[in-house]
Structure formats: C-alpha cells, structure tokens
Design a protein around this ligand. Structure first.
Ligand SMILES: CC(C)(COP(=O)(O)OP(=O)(O)OC[C@H]1O[C@@H](n2cnc3c(N)ncnc32)[C@H](O)[C@@H]1OP(=O)(O)O)[C@@H](O)C(=O)NCCC(=O)NCCS
Length: 155
C-alpha cells in the first residue's frame, strides 16, 4: 500500500469513490432527501463535481492511496500562500477498506504536505451526522472552532 500524488487518469476513480462513500456524509444528499433532484441533478452528480473542482484547483495536492495498483482512498487539499491556512475539502476511503487506519494515513500525508508548502495551520470540516469525521479529525489534532447550520428552501 502506498500514497502517491494524483495523476490525470485518476479522476473517474475518485469520482466513483466519492459517490460510493458520501451517501451518509453529504449536504447534497440531505437536500435530495428533503427536496428531490435540483434541476434534474442528483446528489451524486453534484458531489462528484466538487472533486472535479478540487483536482482543477490543486492537482499537486491531491493524494491517492494505492493497493496493488487499485486506488482505495484519496484526500484533496488547497494551500493559501497568503494566510498559510491549508484546507482539506474532501477525503474518502473505499467501503471495504474503512476502519483500517487509511484515513488517518491520508490525513498525516496531507498535513506533511501542508508543512512542506509552508502552511502554519490546517482546516477540515465535517457534518455533525458524520460520526467517523467527528472522532477522527480531533484525534489527529484538529480543534473545533465553529459549528455551521445549512438551510434550504424551495422557491
Ligand atoms: C472518513 C473516512 C475517510 C475515514 O477513513 P478510514 O480509513 O475509515 O479512517 P481510519 O480507519 O483511519 O479511522 C477511522 C476512525 O473512526 C473510528 N470510527 C469508526 N466508526 C466510528 C463511529 N461510528 N463513530 C465514531 N468513530 C468511529 C475508528 O475507530 C477510527 O478511529 P481510531 O483510529 O481512533 O480507532 C471514511 O470513513 C470515509 O470515506 N467516509 C465516507 C466519506 C466521508 O465521510 N469523508 C469525509 C467527509 S468530512
């Protein structure tokens, strides 16, 4: 098992992993459960689009965990040279490989990358409904600084 930097052809796998894992951890999914499709788009399409944006914004800061040639997890990052605050917008580990420390390894890799890029702080968000995120992120050193509530209304 090894972590490597994103390569061009990885995007479809990252999108598939996202769709396979984010069902219980997605604002888009919550919106769909309450309101249905948004202009014909489902939560999978909208969530996968976030990964497209991460890859477009900072491909050198997207890392994948590979096991015998197969991608079984990934983490995306952004760096801000002005504030020195690194950000982890998305991460996922394939369902059959969760709970084995891979998420923790990907986080450690992203944090090392941030240090290497001169970042002084790192930020990650999770939903209150995401029990794993709420446990994992503080356990690697993240401290809670705010809680946010998302509202949607039909027009
Ligand atoms: C979040 C995610 C990337 C973590 O990856 P992972 O490889 O399973 O993570 P790890 O195995 O390194 O760590 C998981 C930790 O959560 C703990 N955990 C597992 N289920 C839990 C639960 N229901 N409640 C609380 N903690 C839980 C594990 O015990 C482990 O903690 P430990 O090392 O202290 O024992 C993965 O679960 C995932 O892809 N989830 C769906 C997508 C997602 O939520 N992405 C992040 C959005 S913020």
């Amino acid at each position: 098992m090894q972590i490597r930097t994103y390569r061009k052809g990885d995007l479809p796998v990252l999108r598939d992993l996202t769709i396979a894992t984010f069902g219980g951890a997605s604002i888009d999914r919550n919106i769909e459960e309450r309101f249905g499709l948004l202009n014909g788009t489902d939560w999978q399409w909208r969530k996968a689009r976030h990964i497209d944006a991460d890859v477009a914004a900072n491909p050198a800061g997207v890392f994948v965990m590979e096991d015998e040639g197969a991608i079984i997890g990934f983490i995306t990052t952004r760096v801000d040279p002005t504030t020195k605050l690194g950000w982890i917008p998305n991460m996922a580990v394939a369902p059959g490989h969760q709970g084995k420390g891979i998420g923790r390894k990907l986080l450690a890799h992203a944090i090392a990358y941030f240090r290497d890029q001169g970042m002084t702080h790192a930020k990650i968000e999770t939903l209150a409904q995401n029990a794993v995120g709420c446990h994992l992120y503080p356990s690697v050193g993240f401290e809670e600084v705010a809680r946010q509530v998302h509202f949607v209304m039909a027009l």
